[in-house]
Design a binder for this molecule. Structure first.
Ligand code: SAM
Length: 280
């Protein structure tokens, strides 16, 4: 059985900024593909802390409008209090199960563009709701509209995943059970193509990129690899019997794999899957 989306809200805009501010920053290519223009209407799925969403709102102003949805109450309230304006709104919404009112309001076939950065690998975790999510993006768009996205692709952060699994096994969890804890789904190009074409999208671009990514350094006020593990892999830490020991073990297991010689900087093997799909 696939692990459930955790009901507990592990996200916080502060922890996200400290551990992973590079996520909304490393978006030049996907934003170029989105090509936000004055007047565009854009729906952002899994908008997080709203940093990137607010940049899109600036690009489509004054007549365009952007709407960000995210399952995390903490991320949405942080985004709304910091960035909401007359052309930028936020709403807490689980994209795997739109409420009837959100369906009516958002999945209405009126949007020029649907966007998602670094969120679909969480949103698509549950096999049974994968098609619903992609169909929701399709339904939201007007005919000819585009779905532009970037998510973790096949092989993403394989280094850390092995460490996260191994450290749970060291605490007596079976390998199978430890694997099921993963909150992510990192599809291959073929898998994503099948999902998108299955609901009617025509694929215009689909590319996988290996992009090693440097962890924010503690000296620069970031929380480094440890902060990444505590935030992004919170469900693993929660599953461990001895949580602090678990974090120490994960870091020790990965130390050699992710640390570069010379400056000692730590890098994770990010793999990005990026695409543009059009509604007929
Ligand atoms: C790494 S953050 C990315 C945020 C933002 N798009 C960015 O580029 O910075 C992933 C986000 O996906 C959201 N998320 C995970 N599962 C979700 C779901 N089922 N529905 C909506 N949002 C979800 C999380 O709450 C989190 O804010």
């Amino acid at each position: 059985m696939a692990s459930e989306q955790p009901s507990k809200d592990h996200w916080s805009p502060q922890a996200y900024t400290a551990a992973a501010s590079f996520v909304p920053q490393l978006t030049t290519t996907v934003v170029k593909y989105l090509d936000p223009k004055p007047g565009d209407t854009i729906l952002d799925l899994g908008c997080g802390d709203g940093v990137l969403t607010s940049q899109l709102a600036t690009a489509v102003a004054p007549e365009g409008r952007v709407f960000g949805v995210d399952a995390s109450e903490s991320m949405i309230s942080g985004a709304a209090s910091k960035y909401a304006t007359s052309n930028l709104s936020f709403q807490q919404q689980d994209v795997t199960a739109f409420s009837p009112s959100a369906r009516e309001q958002l999945l209405d076939g009126s949007w020029d563009k649907v966007f998602s950065n670094a969120a679909l690998h969480w949103i698509l975790r549950k096999r049974e709701t994968r098609t619903d999510v992609v169909r929701a993006a399709y339904e939201a768009l007007k005919p000819g509209g585009v779905f532009v996205f970037e998510l973790g692709g096949h092989g993403n952060v394989a280094d850390v995943r092995v460490g996260l699994t191994a450290a749970l096994v060291m605490q007596g969890v079976s390998v199978e059970e430890a694997r099921e804890v993963s909150p992510w789904f990192f599809p291959s190009e073929e898998g994503m193509r099948g999902l998108l074409e299955g609901v009617g999208f025509a694929i215009e671009r689909l590319e996988l990129e290996y992009r090693p990514t440097r962890m924010t350094e503690k000296e620069d006020g970031g929380t480094g690899l440890e902060g990444w593990v505590r935030l992004m892999a919170a469900v693993y830490v929660e599953r461990a019997r001895e949580k602090e020991r678990y974090v120490r073990d994960v870091l020790a297991l990965m130390e050699e794999v992710v640390t570069r010689e010379g400056d000692g900087s730590q890098w994770l093997g990010y793999v990005r899957l990026r695409g543009v799909a059009r509604k007929a």
